[in-house]
Each structure stands twice: as C-alpha cells, then as structure tokens.
Design a protein around this ligand. Sequence first.
Ligand code: AHR
Length: 322
Amino acid sequence: MRLISRLALGTLVSTAMTFAAGTSASAQEKQITLGFSQVGAESAWRTANTVSVKSAAKDAGINLKFSDAQQKQENQIRAIRSFIAQKVNVIAFSPVVESGWEPVLNEAKAAHIPVILTDRAVDVKDTSLYVTMIGSDFLEEGRRAGRWLEERYKNEPGPINIAELQGTVGSAPANDRHAGLMEVVKNDPKFKIIASQSGDFTLAGGKQVMEAFAKTYGKQINVVYAHNDDMALGAIQAMEEAGIKPGKDVTVVSFDATKGGFEAMIAGKINVDVECSPLLGPQLMSAVKDVVAGKQVPKRIVTNETVFPMNVAAQTLPSRKY
Ligand code: AHR
C-alpha cells in the first residue's frame, strides 16, 4: 500500500512539475519581442513618448528591446538591422527623417518581420513595407495653427511677418507643419514668412536661431511659428534677452502642448499651443499584439488632438499628462 501511494505521489509530483515546466515554456514561447528604435531625447515630447512606450510594453507583457538613435538616421538603420539579426517578432520605429528607408525596410520584409511606424511617417513608394502608421496628423496640426492665425489677425491689414523655427530638416513634423500653415495662408498675401530655419526640435536650437532672427529682423517680426514647445521656450529666452516681449510684442504659436508649453501660456508667453500627443505606447502595443496574432490592423491610426489657446491654459494644465 505504502509503495503504491509513494508511486502515486511521485507521479502526481512529476505530472505537476511537467505541467509547470510546460506552462512556463509555452508562456516564454508566446512572449512577444518588440524592437523599438526611438528618434532620441531631443524634447520633452520625446521623453514622454519614451516613457509611454516603455511602460505600455511592461503592462502588455511585451519584451522590449529599446534603442535610442540620438537623432541620427544611420543609428536607426543600424538598430533595425540588429533587430532583424536578433529575429525579433515585430520592429517599430519613429523615423527621424522621411526619406531613405527602402533598403532596410526591404531587409525586414525579406526576414518576414513586420514593421510598425509610430509618430513619424516614411516616404516610400511600396507601402507594404510597413503594416501601419500610428501617430498624429502633422499636416492637420499645421492647418490648425494657420486657421488660428487667420482668426487672430482677421481685422488687421498686415503685413504679418512670420519667423519660423522649423523642426529637424526632412522630418515629417517639420515638413507637414510648414506645409499645413502654407496651405491655409498662401492665398492671404498679408501673411509673409520672412525667416525660416531649423532649430532641430531642441530648446538650445530654438534659442540660437531666434537670437539670429532677433538681430536681423528685430521688431519686424509679428509671429514666431515654432514647430515644438522646446524651440518655443528657447525662442522666448532669446526674445526676452533681446528686449522683445513674447506673447505681447510677438505672437508665439507652438506645437505639442507639453506642461512646459502650458506654463508658458499661463505666463502669457505662448499664445496658442497645437496639441501633439506622445502617449502612443498603449496603441502601439495593441497593434503589435494584433499583428502577431495575424489580425488586420488599419493602415493609418490617427491620434485624437486639439488646439489650446492661452486663455484655457490655467484650467487645463492640472489634467495634462505630459
Ligand atoms: O515627431 C513629433 C515631434 O518630435 C514633436 O513635436 C517634437 O517635440 C518631437 O521632438
């Protein structure tokens, strides 16, 4: 009897052990590995985006391989090639610029690794090189800023001289925020872009470019059109140092609507902030899971965004998440 019950116990224990081993093996097999190549850490927006991606991956139980490209396309291409070599399940990236992606995307396709774009688009003829693009409509953001400017200056004869602080040269948000503005104001001759230069989406870049603009154009500038909050904040510093009152002498238009942007609006130094949400992590992880499960995902997933004029800043800031 004792022998039988010892044998039975042994069988039970080994069955349980096999089951446990089997469970963890299959759980491990099922864990998705995502290779993510981030643009860099150039702005408060980008920092919030990185936090969103990392925490959403953790919440979704996805094994994230994260790589920071320090705003260099060659670093992103190297990271994507390394993800291919590591045979990750899915590759996602925020392309620093729009062009030049065909070769590496074809390599991912040949390796049967699906690619998801987040935040920024690529300019490729063959759109089957990526599964979906999740992020803002930058063109519409530019149009929203343009419409706000038209309304702001509707009773003024002009000229309205705009100094533009562009984002990274060749990036989707820089291209589209410029194009969106032009689309709206191009038929209104009172709006003139008198200066346009890249500040690379950084505070230091925005400050440096604005210092030069202030020296060359001084009081001729009516509007600073900054492609993001970091550059707007840098431009504010430069204007103040040059004796110009941002928000009063010069209308400041910005993008992102970060907490820093809101604080500047409350201080009366940014007049309007067009929202661009960096909180893309949860949508990205859900698309990654769907793609791995073989489900159809829409080719374009557009983020919901709005426009914040300075008069709503104080009441809105407490609910801002980035
Ligand atoms: O691609 C999104 C843009 O990149 C944000 O507007 C900017 O702040 C960031 O660096």
